[in-house]
Design a protein around this ligand. Structure first.
Ligand SMILES: [Zn+2]
Ligand SMILES: [Zn+2]
Length: 355
């Protein structure tokens, strides 16, 4: 004798409902303001809620710069002074990423001696090997690189026949534990084919402050958007690429969500996408709630959602700290991301959210 199949469906539904209510109670502890009115009201149809890791993972945000140079390659300050400048500016961490080429004797600059209680460093380098489609040399950021990472045959800033390819050295870096970023794609003249060939990349450098200041080629969002529309689940970084030859520092950073400001915790969070990027504004909370995207941020004049093709939605006002935007327009493209603009024109950018 078996119970009627309807019994199972009812039991499953009750279990699901219970789990959803439980989940809402958990979420309420994360963001009580957003759920204050209805999260226990089970008479209303429950909405699907998704919170990106940057806003749901435990811990706090740590501000850091992932990309800059010292006298160990073509920067003008020694490694200790670079660390000092970022620490004095209030950064929580830094990755010094000198150019890993023969002319500089393949530096992987050891900054561990400049760590303090309140400031840490990730070990990394900017890798170079092989030609992009335009014939120029690849630039690939590797954050969290071991000191014994094997050298390519990359004597200088030119691509040479027979060198290890860009995608191959990037794969080696990822296998060695690094967070791999396609550096300054607009400055490099990168094509979409180049970018798609870089299968080991975790992220695209969507904003490079030095490239913006020096050559007005700091953008990486156009290429990143095309990659996202090809289904590539990359995340987005902003960084300084500071050489301290120009006013090229403190203009773009990441805020990484982690329990501790330690290299291991930061690196794991970067790889998982638990971070966002900024030139100034802060993102406080983002969640996908049914057919709406809810955004909370520091003072802004625009909150914009971008997706596949020409899909965008925005709210503009003299002063905004939150917005709810419909996401229906983005469903077909499969992804969206958020940009917040403050009254000085500075932006903060979320990582992509997959629908
Ligand atoms: Zn570079
Ligand atoms: Zn660089």
């Amino acid at each position: 004798m078996y119970p009627h199949p309807g019994f199972f469906f009812a039991a499953q539904r009750a279990h699901r409902l219970h789990k959803q209510v439980e989940r809402r109670a958990q979420l309420a502890t994360i963001a009580p303001k957003i759920f204050r009115n209805d999260y226990f009201d089970v008479r209303k149809p429950l909405e699907h809620i998704m919170i990106p890791l940057a806003f749901s993972a435990p811990g706090q945000f740590w501000r850091g710069n992932l990309h800059c140079h010292s006298t160990h390659s073509d920067g003008v300050l020694d490694p200790e002074e670079v660390c000092h400048r970022y620490r004095a500016e209030g950064y929580d961490f830094l990755c010094l990423s000198d150019h890993f080429t023969g002319q500089f004797d393949y530096p992987i600059t050891d900054t561990s001696g400049f760590r303090t209680k309140a400031f840490t460093t990730l070990i990394g380098a900017e890798l170079h090997s092989g030609a992009m489609q335009n014939g120029d040399l690849w630039h690939i950021l590797a954050v969290g690189l071991p000191q014994d990472f094997a050298r390519p045959d990359a004597p200088d800033f030119r691509a040479h026949p027979g060198q290890e390819s860009g995608p191959d050295i990037a794969r080696r870096a990822r296998d060695a534990g690094a967070f791999v970023v396609i550096a300054h794609p607009q400055w490099s003249g990168l094509t979409l084919d180049d970018a798609l060939s870089m299968d080991a990349a975790h992220a695209v450098e969507a904003y490079n402050y030095e490239c913006e200041v020096s050559s007005q080629r700091g953008d990486g969002f156009h290429l990143a958007d095309l990659m996202l529309s090809e289904g590539r689940q990359i995340t987005l970084t902003a960084s300084d690429d500071a050489h301290f030859k120009l006013e090229d520092h403190f203009g773009g950073w990441v805020r990484v969500k982690a329990k501790d400001n330690t290299p291991d915790a930061l690196l794991a969070a970067l790889k998982s996408g638990a971070y966002y990027s900024s030139q100034g504004p802060d993102l406080h909370h983002i969640e996908l709630r049914g057919a709406k995207l809810v955004v909370h941020c520091s003072d802004a004049v625009a909150i914009i959602v971008q997706g596949h093709g020409s899909a965008t939605r925005a709210v503009h006002a003299e002063r905004l700290t939150s917005a709810e935007l419909p996401v229906e327009r983005f469903r077909g493209g499969g992804w969206l991301r958020v940009t917040v603009v403050d009254d000085k024109g500075r932006k903060a950018w979320s990582n992509p959210i997959w629908l």
